[in-house]
Design a protein around this ligand. Structure first.
Ligand SMILES: [Fe+2]
Length: 721
């Protein structure tokens, strides 16, 4: 019987596996772009006339590309410098626009000085000089005055080039640069020995000022863009998302015109079958069983952390903290849930009780009311498991998915892209940290502003405050994967294996480039400063506890204790105080030049952690969303209180507590979108930017991962959805 269940589960996992099919045709609708996604109506082009106009636009873009290529051929920018005696110079300083001049230079950035001949001499480019800024952002570019002032020269410009992409040719890395900004210089201003262009404050990888989170400011000026998606990522996304978008649009249209003609069952049937629906068809009732509940709590999207019970060694707790003190609406339930499991030396966890703290119906709004359910509670046990799943999903999406992987990875990305240019760590980190800052802009719109406030109990303010708190226990120092409880704990086994592989890869890289890493230590120093100074305060360390009630203080303490356990966080490692705030992230080094071997180990640990978060940790939660949140009545972002005394403790057949039609299609659209539009995988290495040793290590462990239900081909190299 057990083997049969296992076979059916495997069959369903295979059947509902995420596929990446790229289908396209001339008159098929097209998405305008990733940043035009909306929880309501995304910007889709479907009218044949608009499609034709869009086609003309695409043709025009192709022609423009051809013209540029022709122009590059006619007017090549040869790297050779046209100079005689270097008798003059341009000097200045480049700083980040977000900081005080003395503290935030843009160091080691490439500058080039170009001249262009007059039209009757063919607009030819002449490279007149090049340099890079020093540790303090100061640059000194030598050139030949006579060359620049030559009557043939029509125009002059100073260009700033940012390192942009890393490529591997075999195991040989290289960094390509792209033009970030150019400043026209007037020829007649170049007189005498030197020309001072003053201090240039640029928004290159600038921190946002409108949020306490370490987020990237994206300039609207197309000439000052810090990061864009790769073309491959944009193309893959647009094509994969269209069928899902059209399904949602159809539902939204029906809801607007004839809501009575649409049901939750219709909506469900229009989206691809997910894991639990497939299971229900083959094994009715199994997806609602205790066994499945235990399996998914252990190895599903939420990959719960089992905190040992303080009194009984065979019992463990998974804890979800709900609305707490966050701003919330009164439509949806989101109580705290304490789920107790018995876990034997073999087999999945067996749930023994679920205790909710908080409001379960529209009439009793006491936030401290407690309700406990056990397997002997009859139908209420089924209802309690459903509510626990829902609480778990909200916590997983906000705390683990968005804060723990997206924002957490972004804080390493900004600090890395601001600082690593000459240090070999550039080749290690860039491929894994790219694109997260741009996908997070979309997440702000569709997740934080759109989906979560309308589908869960939390308001937008509530979500933002919660994300800040959730970041307060995310630190590289001391982090380790979850402890394996028994052989059924496949998530933890896979997580440990991936962590070991990442460690081997990072060790290998640091051994190979040790000299270069130590030589350019000042970049590590500024990386560490940016990372730490912009990290959030330790979890609720800014809260004045005297203002809290006894219950609130106790919950805050328990929540912190559970978060420390789940995220392997030890507050002793958060040592830096900035403006009275104890920063959560630990410094990597305190010296501008390399001095301590321990700092070298710190850097290794921080890189290993950042890669882990950006790859395995994000992939896991992202790709399992459709498994666990792909059936409306099984799980969702929020159960409505409804108008009955029993509130959310009602059967699935009571549709008054289920998401309404709009929210149902939005949820399936959203989870489909996130789980099915991934692009950029480690082993596929679509952009030739992954170190071959990392790929080799994963391939060597392919079979072991497969036995744990992990397909290594689907592990993303970066967080970009
Ligand atoms: Fe994601």
């Amino acid at each position: 019987m057990e083997d049969n269940i296992q076979n059916i589960c495997t069959e369903c996992q295979e059947k509902t596996k995420i596929l990446y099919k790229y289908r396209d045709g001339f008159f098929t609708p097209k998405l305008k772009g990733i940043n035009h996604l909306e929880v309501g109506y995304s910007w889709v082009i479907s009218n044949p006339v608009t499609i034709f106009i869009e086609y003309l636009y695409v043709v025009w873009k192709r022609i423009r590309r051809l013209i540029r290529r022709l122009s590059n051929w006619l007017f090549p920018r040869r790297p050779h410098i046209h100079a005689g005696r270097l008798d003059s110079y341009i000097t200045g300083r480049i700083i980040h626009a977000d900081h005080k001049e003395t503290t935030s230079p843009i160091h080691h950035i490439k500058l080039e000085f170009w001249g262009r001949t007059k039209w009757y001499l063919g607009f030819q480019w002449r490279k007149l000089g090049e340099t890079e800024s020093n540790n303090y952002g100061i640059f000194h570019l030598d050139y030949t005055l006579r060359q620049a002032r030559n009557f043939k020269t029509g125009s002059l410009r100073l260009e700033i080039h940012q390192p942009f992409e890393v490529h591997y040719n075999g195991d040989k890395p290289s960094t390509s640069h792209r033009l970030y900004h150019s400043i026209p210089l007037i020829k007649t201003n170049l007189i005498g020995m030197g020309y001072y262009v003053h201090t240039l404050a640029l928004p290159l990888w600038e921190y946002r000022k409108d949020t306490p989170l370490p987020r990237t400011f994206h300039s609207k000026d197309s000439h000052l863009i810090s990061e864009v998606f790769s073309q491959g990522r944009i193309d893959a996304f647009k094509q994969q998302v269209i069928p899902i978008e059209l399904t949602k649009r159809k539902h939204m249209f029906q809801i607007e015109k004839e809501p009575g003609m649409l049901s939750i069952a219709d909506i469900q049937a229009d989206y691809p079958e997910n894991l639990t629906i497939c299971l229900e068809k083959k094994l009715p009732g199994y997806s609602r069983s205790d066994e499945w509940f235990g399996i998914r709590m252990m190895n599903g999207m939420n990959m719960g952390s089992f905190q040992p019970d303080k009194h009984d060694a065979s019992l463990y707790h998974i804890r979800y903290f709900g609305i707490c003190n966050y701003d919330h609406n009164t439509k949806f339930a989101l109580p705290d849930a304490d789920i107790v499991f018995r876990i034997d030396s073999a087999g999945p966890p067996k749930p023994v009780s679920i205790t909710f703290t908080g409001q379960l119906n529209a009439y009793n709004n006491d936030p401290w009311q407690k309700h406990t359910y056990t397997p002997s509670s009859g139908d209420e046990w089924l209802q309690a498991k459903r509510l626990a799943r829902v609480c778990g999903s909200v916590v997983a999406e906000v705390d683990d998915h968005f804060a723990g992987t997206h924002v957490n990875t972004e804080q390493y990305a900004i600090a890395a892209f601001r600082n690593f240019r000459k240090n070999p760590v550039t080749w290690l980190l860039y491929p894994h940290l790219k694109e997260v800052s741009v996908i997070n802009v979309s997440a702000d719109n569709i997740l934080i502003h759109g989906f979560l406030p309308s589908n869960t109990a939390l308001t937008e303010k509530g979500v933002k405050d919660r994300v800040y708190d959730a970041m307060g226990t995310q630190n590289w120092k001391g982090w380790k994967p979850m402890k394996v409880i028994n052989d059924s704990h496949t998530y933890a086994i896979a997580e440990n294996l991936f962590w070991d592989i990442t460690g081997k890869f990072v060790d290998f890289f640091f051994e190979k480039y040790e000299a270069g890493i130590k030589e350019h230590w000042n970049e590590v120093y500024s990386f560490s400063n940016d990372l730490v100074n912009h990290s959030v305060a330790v979890f609720q360390s800014q809260v004045i506890t005297d203002m809290l009630s006894t219950e609130e203080r106790e919950r805050s303490r328990e929540r912190f204790e559970y978060a420390c356990f789940r995220y392997a966080y030890d507050p002793i490692n958060s040592v830096k105080i900035v403006d009275g705030e104890r920063k959560v992230v630990s410094p990597i080094t305190l010296t501008e030049n390399f001095q301590h071997e321990e700092d070298f180990r710190n850097l290794k640990s921080a890189c290993r952690y950042a890669i882990m978060m950006a790859t395995f940790s994000h992939t896991w939660i992202n790709e399992h969303q459709y498994d666990d949140l792909g059936e409306i009545l099984y799980n969702c972002g929020g159960l409505r209180f409804g108008d009955k005394q029993r509130g959310v403790m009602a059967p699935e057949s009571d549709l008054s507590i289920a998401p309404d039609l709009t929210r149902s299609t939005q949820m399936l659209w959203f989870t489909n979108l996130l789980s099915r539009t991934e692009y950029g995988f480690i082993t596929k290495n679509e952009e030739q930017d992954i170190h071959p040793y990392f790929i080799q290590l994963l391939n060597e462990n392919k079979e072991t991962f497969a036995k744990l239900g992990v397909d290594i081909e689907s592990i993303e190299s970066r967080t970009n959805i």
